[in-house]
Design a protein around this ligand. Structure first.
Ligand SMILES: CC(C)(COP(=O)(O)OP(=O)(O)OC[C@H]1O[C@@H](n2cnc3c(N)ncnc32)[C@H](O)[C@@H]1OP(=O)(O)O)[C@@H](O)C(=O)NCCC(=O)NCCS
Length: 203
């Protein structure tokens, strides 16, 4: 097993892992083409993207950014590439309403929940996933350790991420073991209870 930088020709496999790791998530419902464009931003614009590869097969990935404002600017630059993948969602009104809320908040830099504290000085880990059959074998730990090592080398103060508050004990335990703690809770899409976790690095 090696943990290495993700490359553009890994995108198909990264999307495969995403489908296994996040079957019920909002981004998953936007479809394969959308996800490919989304993960491409991390690689093309040199944000952070590592993959875990064994015998040529990608078993897991982790992505994030040192500056989410820069990430959203890069996302806007690629806006046209997202239009075609979105067309297939045009008749799913529930999904469309969620998409509009998120696009609005990205384009106008508005937070969906204004009372939420932001973490401008922290790195944001946006997604870590391991293919279902390969979970609980240490792949996620290797990816997270590599991600943290990179952040420390970049001299960032710490890492933040969001994850589900309900029915997510395994993932919460995984992060707790790595030293992450719950910093705030909020509700996403009117019903999904979420936590913001943070970990600060020592100077
Ligand atoms: C969260 C996630 C990335 C963790 O990846 P993982 O590869 O399963 O994580 P690890 O195997 O490193 O650690 C998980 C557990 O397996 C245990 N483990 C690690 N190596 C092991 C081994 N060789 N043998 C047995 N158990 C092992 C770890 O101790 C840990 O158990 P613990 O939490 O009880 O201590 C993965 O579960 C996942 O993709 N989940 C779905 C997507 C998701 O929710 N991502 C997070 C969103 S924010």
């Amino acid at each position: 097993m090696i943990i290495r930088d993700a490359a553009l020709n890994d995108l198909e496999q990264i999307v495969n892992v995403h489908f296994f790791a996040f079957p019920e998530f909002f981004l998953t419902s936007l479809g394969r083409k959308f996800l490919k464009q989304y993960y491409k931003i991390y690689i093309k614009y040199s944000h952070i993207a590592f993959v875990a590869e064994k015998n040529g097969v990608i078993e897991g990935f982790v992505v994030g950014s040192n500056d989410s404002t820069v990430f959203y600017t890069d996302l806007k630059k690629e806006f046209l590439c997202f239009i075609f993948p979105m067309i297939t969602n045009l008749f799913n009104f529930n999904l469309l309403s969620k998409i509009f809320k998120r696009v609005y908040s990205v384009l106008f830099k508005k937070k969906i929940n204004n009372s939420l504290k932001s973490y401008d000085e922290l790195n944001e880990l946006t997604s870590i996933g391991v293919i279902s059959n390969d979970q609980n074998r240490g792949v996620g730990s290797l990816l997270l350790a590599k991600y943290e090592q990179y952040c420390i080398e970049q001299k960032v103060k710490g890492i933040t991420l969001t994850t589900d508050a309900d029915k997510n004990e395994k993932v919460l335990r995984f992060y707790r073991k790595f030293g992450y703690s719950i910093d705030q809770s909020f509700v996403q899409d009117e019903k999904r209870a979420m936590y913001s976790l943070v970990k600060y690095f020592k100077d």
